[in-house]
Design a protein around this ligand. Structure first.
Ligand SMILES: Nc1ncnc2c1ncn2[C@@H]1O[C@H](COP(=O)(O)OP(=O)(O)OP(=O)(O)O)[C@@H](O)[C@H]1O
Ligand SMILES: [Mg+2]
Length: 277
């Protein structure tokens, strides 16, 4: 690969054979035992440019871990992962400049105001504070957050209000790849709609590629071009919402397809376990 330049026609994200485990330590008598359990067990994925790829899966299936690998916050144990042709390990700094991540566990200085937090983030991203404040105010208005909420300590805002600040913060730099880890979880129906509209607008305006984790089937169907279903660290189905419904739902919608696919996987895993035993 030439110095890792970003080709306009490149696949946005491509990965193969991704494994990621976490070690937990516990004391058994006087001995310390370390066990490693795997959140991702051989994931292959490809996200096309300008696509919104949804990742659906039960709690603990590995969605956020996969997002964190793309965000270079975690390093895979095995396999490789590229963002616009750049390797997440070797070209980590360049990959970081291409991604904007929104997650439910957004970290803020909770005693500072939203305005102060945004100013701090602008400094990190090398964006002028004046520009950041204008942009953030515009974004927050479109998400229905009152202006005065920018001036109070962040810890006094509701979770949904903080989530909106996190979205505004992620958009201080223009997004090439947006990683949205449950961006609407905990939002009221109107705010959820506002965020969904906003996501579609951002994609239109910036030609961004997006990876979206959600538990909301209607949201997945509305926003995603394709959906990957992940279960116990493996991607077990990928397709357009219509494909998944046609192949797996028995008369119902995406939720029906989701239950069917994850249920089939459970049956397969049980059969494998019995076969091994
Ligand atoms: N930092 C960590 N240390 C130890 N285990 C972890 C860590 N992060 C994730 N895990 C484990 O990896 C597995 C996958 O977690 P992950 O957060 O990726 O799930 P998820 O699909 O995002 O779930 P949710 O829908 O609840 O957000 C879980 O079993 C979790 O306990
Ligand atoms: Mg998660």
């Amino acid at each position: 690969m030439d110095e890792g330049s970003v080709s306009p026609n490149a696949v946005a994200v491509e990965g193969q054979g991704l494994w990621k485990g976490f070690s937990t330590k516990k004391w058994v008598g006087t001995k310390r035992q370390v066990t490693r359990s795997y959140a991702l067990k051989g994931v292959d994925l490809a996200v096309k440019r300008r696509e919104i790829l949804g990742i659906l899966g039960p709690n603990g299936s590995g969605k956020s871990t996969l997002i964190r690998l793309m965000a270079t916050l975690l390093i895979p144990d095995q396999g490789w992962l590229k963002v616009f042709g750049l390797d997440v390990i070797r070209d980590r700094q360049r990959v970081r400049r291409l991604i904007n991540r929104v997650s439910v566990e957004a970290s803020f200085f909770k005693k500072l105001t939203a305005r102060e937090n945004l100013a701090y983030a602008a400094g990190l991203y090398g964006v002028s504070n004046a520009k950041a404040q204008v942009e953030a105010t515009r974004i927050l208005a479109s998400l229905g957050l009152q202006r005065d909420k920018l001036e109070v300590p962040l810890e006094t805002l509701s979770r949904g209000q903080q989530q909106k600040i996190a979205i505004a913060r992620a958009l201080l730099t223009s997004p090439t790849l947006m990683l949205l880890d449950e961006p609407t979880t905990g939002l009221d129906p109107t705010s959820r709609r506002d965020v969904q509209e906003f996501v579609l607008n951002v994609r239109r305006e910036h030609d961004s590629t997006m990876v979206l984790c959600t538990h909301d089937m209607a949201e997945a169907e509305r926003l995603c071009d394709r959906i990957a279903i992940i279960h116990e660290g493996r991607i077990i189905a990928v397709g357009t919402p219509a494909d998944l419904i046609a192949s797996y739902a028995s008369g119902g919608g995406l939720e029906d397809a989701f239950f069917h696919i994850t249920g089939l996987d459970q049956e397969r895993l049980r059969a494998e376990a019995e076969g091994d035993g």
